[in-house]
Structures are given as C-alpha cells and as structure tokens.
Design a protein around this ligand. Structure first.
Ligand SMILES: N[C@@H](CCC(=O)N[C@@H](CS)C(=O)NCC(=O)O)C(=O)O
Length: 121
C-alpha cells in the first residue's frame, strides 16, 4: 500500500505556531512535527536556516519540498488547498473580508510582533 507523504511542521510548543498545529489537526492532515527549541537556539542553527532563512517558527515544508515560512501564508495555503475544512467562507467577497481584517487580528499571527525576538537581542 502506498504511504501518504507527510508534510514537515516545524514548531515550538506553547508559541504562536500552536495555531497552525490546530489547523493541521482540524484538517486531519498527515504531518511530522519537528520541535524547534527557541531558547536553546535551534531556530538559528544552519540546518534550520537553510529551511527558513528568517529563523522563525512556524515553518511548513510541503510534500514537494517547498517551505512556507509565515503564519498567515501557511494558514491561507491550508484554507485554500483544503476547502472542505471551511476555514474561509466560500463566497470570495466574504473570504476577502475575513482575511483582510484578520491580517491585523491576534488570531492570524501579526507579522511584526514577537515576544521571543527579544531573546536574540
Ligand atoms: N512573520 C512570522 C513571524 C513568526 C515569529 O516571529 N515567530 C516567533 C515565535 S511566535 C519566532 O520564531 N521567534 C524567534 C525569533 O524571532 O527569533 C510569522 O508570522 O510566521
């Protein structure tokens, strides 16, 4: 029997990446979890920077090897490639409205804010 490919999900428990973890579980997708220990500096190791040069989590490596390295991009990709999960409204106008304000709301991870970034300073 053919084995289903699993995406690789790089995350830190208790961080913003938990939101993507919930989406992956909600959609019942096959994925491997790779823990990135930020306090230990895993996110700045060369092998991780090869995958995500920004050195942040979450990262989702797709089955074709491409890496999505931003919370909002991953969430949008999941919503658009798995419409049965109804993560976004079917009506494009409503979906646009749902995404636009969400870009600034806490539920959709804000790009500029990071409590962990201070650890690097
Ligand atoms: N724009 C990125 C930022 C992600 C981000 O800043 N993640 C934090 C954890 S919540 C992180 O990786 N911090 C480590 C660092 O900035 O050094 C996104 O929205 O995915």
């Amino acid at each position: 029997m053919a084995r289903r490919m699993a995406m690789k999900f790089y995350m830190t428990p208790g961080s913003c990446s938990t939101g993507i973890h919930i989406l992956l579980e909600t959609l019942e997708l096959p994925f491997e979890v790779w823990i990135i220990n930020i306090p230990a500096g895993d996110h700045l190791r060369p092998e991780y920077l090869k995958i995500n040069p920004r050195g942040t989590i979450p990262t989702l490596v797709l089955n074709d090897g491409r890496a999505l390295t931003d919370f909002k991009s991953i969430a949008l990709w999941l919503a658009e490639t798995h419409p049965r999960g109804k993560l976004l409204p079917e009506d494009p106008a409503l979906a646009a409205r749902a995404v636009a304000p969400g870009w600034r709301a806490p539920g959709w991870r804000g790009a500029a804010w990071s409590p962990m970034r201070a650890w690097r300073a």
